[in-house]
Every structure is written in C-alpha cells, then in structure tokens.
Write a protein that binds this ligand. Structure first.
Ligand SMILES: *[C@@H]1O[C@H](CO)[C@@H](O)[C@H](O)[C@H]1NC(C)=O
Length: 250
C-alpha cells in the first residue's frame, strides 16, 4: 500500500480540523468554520467579527446555567418544652436546664407547691409569673432591686425580663399580681434575704416580706398580709426560695 504525501496531509487535516489551533480564528460574525479550540486554549472575542483561540484562556462559556435556587430562609425552630400549660410563642428560647452563672432557681419548698419554680406563661415570654414544673424552671437574679429572668439561650445576646408588681390589689386587699415585662418594675424592690425572695415598698408595712400567694392557674402574688392568715380561696400561702444547684430538682 502506498499513500501519497498529499493524501496523508488531507487525511491528517481532516482529523485535526475538529479543533482550531492556537491564535487562529474560532468565531465572529459570519464565521462558518470550527469554533472549538485545542484543549488548554479558549476562544476569546477580539471584536464582533473575530474571535481567536488563545492558549491559557478560559474555554468559551458553556451552556448558560440556570440561577441556583436561593437557600430557603432559616425558620425559627419550635421550642419544645415540657410544660403542658404554656401557650403562645416564647419570646426567648430560654437558658435551658443547666443553671447559668450568676443566676438562681426560685421555688416553693412546702405543700401544695413543693418544688414548683417561678417561670413565665408563656415560657420565656412576657406574661404572668407563676410557679410551675421543674423542667421549665426559670433562671433569675436580683440586680438593683429588680428581679430579672434570663430568657435567652447560652451564647445568644443576653435577654432579660423584669418582674413587675401591680400597684392594684387583686383577689383580696392584700395581694399584688406579678408579671414579667420588657420594662423595669417601678413599684417596690425585690431582694434575696436569707434564702427567700422578698419584696418591699415604702409606705406598705408587710408583716412578712417573704409571704406570697400561689393562686388559681399557679399565678404568683405578693401577700401583703400575714402568712397563713385570711388566705383567699383558691390560693396557697408560700415562701419562695432561691438556690443555685446545677439543675432544678423535682
Ligand atoms: C415569714 O413566714 C415564713 C413562713 O411561716 C417563716 O418561715 C419566716 O420566718 C417568716 N419571716 C418573718 C420575717 O417573719
């Protein structure tokens, strides 16, 4: 068999014609020739009429890719806490079941609210102060006469709620409701005295600063009167005590 040199060149030209050589035209208006450059070269537009294969240039754009789907916005995860009584969305995720540094649990230690702990309803939110289950116990401190509840999670910016005492007497003439609020209490002063939580205000002479009522719905009230004397229906006399074990115990 014998091939002429010309025939061989034609054959080779046919094979290599699939790719445009470096620095050769690969595109442009009216260009009808090959458009694919050698591997390692890219087809670079010089002007509307002329594109050139340049070694090292990025290959011409492949098919345009669809825009990537935007990431879905992260949704706040629902807080699953143990209490069956809480309603509504918590305003904070809460500090969890491990006591944070500088805070205390506050609880009753006598029947009928033995080891029931101060918390809010809804949990970690503005609303009524009540004595509830140890699994949802709040964490508190007293600063400058304010009783503060920590409602943010560890590592989050600290968020605190203030215990606010109503100036209006409720249930009987000796009871003041307590709620938690984002604004400071302006009526009276909280204090840790002995191991009790106390509250006092100028002009009201309480026989026992540690006397509280826990009434219907576990709601917490200050008892301005004597402990265990003329207790209103639906209420129990309690003193409430702070302590700082690592966890709130049953
Ligand atoms: C307040 O009452 C409680 C419960 O009876 C009692 O333990 C405590 O000593 C009283 N505090 C004062 C200052 O009388």
């Amino acid at each position: 068999m014998y091939y002429s040199t010309t025939a061989l060149l034609v054959l080779l030209a046919g094979i290599v014609s699939a790719a445009v050589g470096d620095w050769q035209q690969c595109g442009g208006m009216n260009w009808a020739g090959e458009t694919a450059c050698n591997s390692g070269a890219g087809c670079v537009k010089i002007n509307d009429y002329y594109s050139q294969c340049q070694p090292g240039a990025a290959p011409a754009d492949p098919e345009p890719q669809p825009e990537p789907e935007p990431e879905p916005e992260p949704q706040p995860t629902e807080v699953t806490t143990g209490t069956p009584t809480a309603t509504g969305a918590p305003s904070g995720t809460g500090p969890g079941k491990t006591l944070q540094s500088g805070y205390y649990w506050i609880r009753a230690v006598a029947a009928p609210n033995f080891h029931k702990y101060i918390q809010t309803k809804p949990l970690y939110s503005t609303g009524d102060a009540l004595l509830g289950d140890y699994t949802t116990a709040g964490q508190f401190q007293v600063v400058d006469g304010q009783l503060l509840e920590l409602v943010s999670a560890p590592g989050e910016p600290v968020k605190l709620l203030y215990a606010v005492v109503s100036e209006t007497r409720s249930i009987n003439d000796n009871s003041l409701a307590v709620t938690f609020s984002e604004t400071k209490n302006t009526y009276g002063t909280f204090a840790f005295g002995g191991d009790d939580l106390e509250w006092s205000v100028a002009g009201v002479n309480r026989p026992n600063k540690s006397a509280w009522y826990v009434c219907t719905g576990q709601k917490l009230y200050i008892n301005l009167g004597n402990y265990l004397y003329q207790t209103p229906a639906g209420c129990a006399d309690q003193t409430i005590h702070y302590y700082n074990d690592k966890t709130a115990n049953n």
